[in-house]
Every structure is written in C-alpha cells, then in structure tokens.
Design a protein around this ligand. Structure first.
Ligand code: SF4
Length: 443
C-alpha cells in the first residue's frame, strides 16, 4: 500500500507561473509529510502541472500521460495526478482518455492538493477537484524552491483582458492582486534565506492594484519601490506588462530604481493593426512604437523582449510582412515566437479563415531566423564589454563551466570555480551566439 514514504515527483510544463505553482504544490505536500523527489522512476505519486496556452504544450502533456499508462498498469498503487490549466479546463476529457489518471486538481484547488492525494490513495476511483466557485489561496504558501538564489513571487492571479487567442482568463479567473504587505513579508523571508533575485509574476502586472492600510491604492510601481528597499535583494525583475496600459510611473521605476533590472518583456503579438484589432489587444503598432521610444529614451540600454504569433486567423502575407517589419524596426533583444493554434474556448478558435499549417510554419520559420540574426548582432555588440553576472550554477549544457545572467537577463557561460556560485561577478564578454554570451572571468 502506498504510504507517505513513497515520494512525490512534480513535473512542470509551461510558464513561470506554473514553475511557481509547482514549488507550492511540492511545498504543500512536504508540509503534509510527503517526501519530494526529482526522480520520476522512484515516485509513488507523479503530479503533472500542465499548460493549456498552446496546442503544442497540451500535446506534450497528452504524450506524457499516454506514456505512463503501461507503468500504471504494472504499479496499481501509483497515483498519477494532473494539475493546473489542463486539469481546470479539460477534467472530463482527461478522465475519459486517461482512466489511469487518479487525481485531477485544477488551478483553484491547489491548496487542497495534499488531502486530494490522500483521497486518491484511499479511493480506487478518480478524484477530481477543479474548485468551481473558489479562488486560489493567495496567502504566502509553503513552497519547495528550485533555487536558493532566485525566486518567483506572484503579485496577482488571473486576467481581466480578453485577448482573442488566450485561454488564461477562462482557466485562471479574473484578476486578483495580492496585498502589498503579504508580498513584502514573503520577499523579506526569501531575502533572509539568501535569495538575491526575485521575479514578480502576473498576467499583467501593470494593472496590479491593492488596497493599502492607509486607505490608498498600491500600484505596481509603488510596490517595486518598497521591494527595492529590502536589504539582501539585489535584482528585481517582473513580467508581464501589457503594452496598452504601461504607466509612466512604471517607466520611472525602471529608470530610477537601481535594483530593478533593465529588462522589459512587452508582448507585441503582431505588427499589423488589423490583426491586433482581431486579437483584441487594445493598441496599434504605432502606439507600441511610441511606447518603445519613450522607454528607450528614459532607460537607455534596456533590453526589450517580446512575444509574437505567426498565422493568427485571417493573417495575410501583408499582415505577416508588417510583423516581420516590426520585429526588424524594434530590434528586440529576444522574442518568443509561436505558431498560432486554436485553444478551445477562445474567441479566435471560431475565427476564419484559418492560415494553413504549412504557411504558419513558413512564417514562423522566417520570424525565428530573422530574430536569430538580430539576437546575434545585438549580442556580438557586447563583445569586449564587462558585464555584471549573477552566477546561478554549472552551465546546464556544459557542467564544467558556470552559468549566470546579466542584469539585462542575457545568458552568460564562462570558466570559473564553484565558489563563485551565488555571487555577482564581473565577466568580460569574448564571444556571442544568438542566445548566449561566452565570457571570461579574471578573479
Ligand atoms: S493579457 Fe491577454 S494574453 Fe495575457 S493573460 Fe490576459 S488575456 Fe491572456
């Protein structure tokens, strides 16, 4: 019989919010007495934290679930659980297609996860909790962090926007901001544990609003100011900012608070006004361009990254060329470029005409190639310069070297001793690839 000594393995798909949720899931289970393992083979409970934002992400989860079927038939006590966005939106489909899944826990039911695992252990049938009507618990939860040096801290949950391609508002519910006091308390605790870099998370941090004890409304820029005063925290990052409501005070915080890193993720999605309107993004490319000029004027050298979608329904060759032109004109430091795919329950799923898959792949390939060239040119321009690098650990691809990030969030790989891990060092950039800088450290 499966007991608490049988460890739990949490597998994460998707965004930073999911990575954070997985740390909370592991933290809640550890607090309830379970051991946590990274070794899926040794686990008696496998929790898959899922993502529904793109069809590709869902396909990977389905593949993983089908692959676990044979092991589930060999190990009748094994509990396979599906958590997060797919669990929230597709509970009945998961139960139908994967009867070997014994637990389905939606985005609004995380705080009940340990008791749900207990129930799945006792009851042989499947346990489903998608938390209908309830909101996720927002108070600082226990968490089992992946890194002692860096941490994600959500400042809000959900989203009030209605971008036509996005399933997040349906799955994560309306926007709810955490109280500033709670966020500050959590970050103070992280700082006292040695954490030096935090990334504040929210679907749209620009619309963060929380009532303060003095009766005023706390804004995100105000929150950044308070966090910047916490000693021990050296780098503050945040994502995501919606371009339609980027307030001047947030640009001022980027410009004026030294701990706030000079990097902004500002999803453009398309360079065509017609497509932006269809996406319900609420801005034109002209407005985006003006915003970028303002940001670059106020914060010289800031790294700008973005999201782009290739092949949104109705996207013509002309629309696509506008996106390619926008990518070249803005000259992004990095871009996540996605192939459009229908997400069930979104407005865009019903839009026609669809762009054929081969054409989406062609446009996606062109955008990726061009962004690679721009990324390489931008990184190459840094060769010879000295950069402050916060050293995170061994390079994942080359464990004999160290890996870290610059303040502008550029990845740097260089030779150095383990004693440098956790420190900020000055590295001279010697060579560049589109995504990584190769540096030299002289201690
Ligand atoms: S802002 Fe748009 S894309 Fe971002 S989470 Fe909200 S609805 Fe989705």
């Amino acid at each position: 019989m499966l007991g608490k000594m049988s460890p739990i393995c949490v597998i994460t798909f998707g965004c930073q919010m999911n990575e954070y949720d997985s740390e909370v899931m592991a933290g809640l289970c550890a607090e309830a007495g379970w051991t946590i393992t990274d070794d899926e083979e040794k686990a008696g409970v496998i929790l898959i934290n899922t993502c529904s934002v793109r069809r590709h992400a869902e396909e990977r989860v389905w593949g993983r679930l089908f692959a676990l079927k044979e092991r589930a038939s060999r190990e009748p006590d094994l509990i396979i659980g599906v958590c997060g966005c797919m669990a929230q939106g597709k509970a009945s489909e998961i139960a139908r297609r994967c009867p070997h899944v014994r637990l389905i826990c939606g985005t609004r039911a995380f705080d009940r996860l340990p008791s749900l695992i207990e129930r799945a252990r006792r009851e042989r049938g499947g346990v489903i909790d998608v938390g209908e009507g309830s909101l996720p618990r927002l108070a600082s939860p226990p968490r089992k962090r992946e890194s002692w040096l860096k941490a994600f801290v959500p400042v809000m949950r959900g989203c009030n926007n209605r971008c036509a391609y996005c399933v997040v508002p349906a799955l994560r519910g309306p926007e709810v901001s955490r109280s500033g006091e709670e966020i500050i308390a959590e970050i103070r605790l992280l700082a006292s544990d040695g954490c030096r870099e935090i990334t504040l998370l929210g679907q749209n941090v620009n619309s963060y609003r929380a009532a303060r004890r003095d009766g005023m409304q706390a804004t995100f820029a105000g929150l950044l100011g308070e966090i910047a005063s916490i000693s021990g925290i050296e780098r503050i990052r945040f994502m995501t900012s919606h371009p339609k409501d980027m307030p001047d005070e947030l640009i001022a915080a980027l410009a004026g608070l030294p701990k706030v890193c000079p990097h902004l993720h500002l999803p453009l999605q398309s360079g065509s006004d017609r497509i932006l309107e269809g996406m319900k993004r609420g801005y034109t490319f002209g407005a985006y361009r003006l915003l970028v000029r303002k940001i670059r004027d106020r914060v010289p050298g800031i790294a700008l990254t973005t999201d782009l979608i290739a092949g949104f329904p109705g996207e013509t060759e002309e629309d696509f060329k506008r996106t390619l032109g926008a990518l070249e004109e803005i000259s992004f430091d990095g871009a996540f470029i996605f192939k459009y795919s229908d997400s069930e329950g979104t407005a865009a799923a019903g839009f026609i005409p669809k762009v054929p898959d081969e054409e989406i792949a062609r446009r996606h390939g062109i955008l990726l190639k061009r962004q690679g060239e721009i990324g390489l040119a931008k990184n190459s321009a840094l060769v010879g310069q000295a950069e402050e690098v916060l050293v995170e650990g061994p390079s994942p691809r080359n464990p004999g070297r160290l890996f870290g990030r610059t303040r502008a969030n550029r990845r740097v790989v260089f030779e150095g001793g383990e004693r440098l891990i956790g420190t900020a060092v000055c590295v001279t950039i010697r060579a560049a690839t589109p995504l990584t800088l190769l540096g030299e450290f002289r201690g």
